[in-house]
Design a protein around this ligand. Structure first.
Ligand SMILES: Nc1nc2c(ncn2[C@@H]2O[C@H](COP(=O)(O)OP(=O)(O)O)[C@@H](O)[C@H]2O)c(=O)[nH]1
Ligand SMILES: [Mg+2]
Length: 289
C-alpha cells in the first residue's frame, strides 16, 4: 500500500464517520440489551404518551440505569423535565429598540397580522420606553390584509406606513406584516430584504410565527421554507387552541432557536406574553401526566 493510500484511509472525516457508526450501533444494542426497570418503563411511557420523541426519551432514561435514584419516580420525571428545560431556548425581550425592523413571517392564517398589532402596541404603550412605532403591510395576497392592519393601526393610534415612505421619518421599531408562505412570497421577501439593506441602516430581524396546533411535518416544512431568511426567533401562536404541544416540543428541542413570544388568544393587544420555559413546559405537561 502506498503512503498516499494509507493517508486516505485515515482522514478525519473517515474517522468521524466510523465513530458515528459505532455510536449508532452501540445505541441500538444498548436499547435491545438494557432491561428497563418497571419504573423507568412507566416514566418512559408517561412521556412518550405525551408525544415526546421515543428515541430521545429512551436515550435519556437509559443513561440513568444503574444509579440508585432510578427507583424514584419523582426524580426520574424531574430529570426529564430538567433536560427539556435545558434544551428549550427562550429569548429575553429587548425593552429598548432603536432603528429596528421586525418582519413577521409564517404560514397563512396562523396569526401574523394579529401579532404585528400586539407587538406594535406593546412597544408603543406597555414598555418603559415609549417607542416610536410604525406598521407596514407587505401582504399583497390575502384579501383585506391591508384593511385588517389599518384597523389595528387606527384603533391603537399607531401609524400605518407605506413601504416607500418609512425613510422619511426615523422609527425605533417598524413591524412588517407579510403574506403566507406561498412560493411567490419568498421572492418578494428577498426583494424586500435587499431593498431595506441597500437603502437603510436599520437592524433587520425576522421572526417565524408558528401555530401550536401545527403538526410535526407542517412545522418542519414551514421552517424549511423560511430558513434562508436567517430567522432570529420563533413566536408561538394559538396556544389557547390546543392542549397537545408534543409536536411543537419535539420541534423546539431539535431546532434550538429561541422562542420570543407566545400568543394565547384573539384579543389585541392583551393576548400576548413574553415566552418563558416554565410556561412552555407547563403547557406541555398539563393534563393526564
Ligand atoms: N385562538 C387564537 N386565535 C388567534 C390567535 N392569533 C390569531 N388568532 C386568530 O386567527 C385568525 C387569523 O389571524 P391573522 O392575524 O389574520 O393571521 P395571518 O393570516 O397569519 O395574518 C384570526 O381570526 C385571529 O383572531 C391566538 O393566539 N389564538
Ligand atoms: Mg395576515
Amino acid at each position: 500500500m502506498s503512503k498516499n493510500e494509507e493517508e486516505k484511509l485515515l482522514t478525519v472525516d473517515d474517522i468521524r464517520a466510523l465513530r458515528e457508526e459505532i455510536g449508532l450501533i452501540h445505541g441500538s444494542l444498548a436499547r435491545e440489551v438494557l432491561e428497563y426497570t418497571p419504573l423507568i418503563k412507566k416514566v418512559l411511557k408517561r412521556f412518550t404518551d405525551k408525544g415526546l420523541d421515543r428515541v430521545w426519551t429512551e436515550k435519556l432514561l437509559a443513561s440513568l440505569l444503574g444509579w440508585t435514584f432510578e427507583e424514584d419516580e419523582e426524580i426520574l420525571v424531574a430529570y426529564v423535565l430538567e433536560e427539556l428545560d435545558s434544551l428549550l431556548n427562550v429569548e429575553e425581550e429587548r425593552k429598548k429598540l432603536s432603528k429596528t425592523i421586525r418582519i413577521i413571517v409564517g404560514a397563512t392564517g396562523i396569526g401574523k397580522t394579529s401579532l404585528v398589532g400586539k407587538l406594535a402596541a406593546r412597544y408603543r404603550y406597555f414598555l418603559e420606553k415609549e417607542h416610536k412605532v410604525g406598521l407596514i403591510n407587505f401582504d399583497r395576497e390575502k384579501v383585506g390584509a391591508k384593511e385588517q392592519l389599518e384597523n389595528y393601526a387606527d384603533a391603537m393610534e399607531i401609524p400605518l406606513v407605506a413601504l416607500v415612505e418609512f425613510l422619511e421619518d426615523e422609527y425605533d421599531v417598524l413591524f412588517i406584516d407579510t403574506a403566507g408562505s406561498a412560493g411567490s412570497n419568498v421572492e418578494d421577501l428577498n426583494n424586500l430584504v435587499s431593498l431595506i439593506k441597500s437603502n437603510t441602516d436599520y437592524n433587520l430581524e425576522f421572526s417565524l410565527a408558528l401555530s401550536a396546533t401545527a403538526k410535526k411535518s407542517d412545522l418542519e416544512q414551514i421552517n424549511k421554507t423560511f430558513e434562508h431568511l436567517n430567522i432570529k426567533n420563533f413566536i408561538l401562536t394559538k396556544l389557547d387552541e390546543t392542549t397537545d404541544l408534543s409536536d411543537m416540543m419535539n420541534f423546539l428541542i431539535n431546532e434550538k432557536k429561541p422562542v420570543a413570544y407566545i400568543s394565547t388568544g384573539q384579543r389585541i393587544p392583551e393576548d400576548l406574553q413574553v415566552a418563558t420555559k416554565e410556561y412552555i413546559l407547563n403547557q406541555f405537561m398539563q393534563e393526564n401526566c
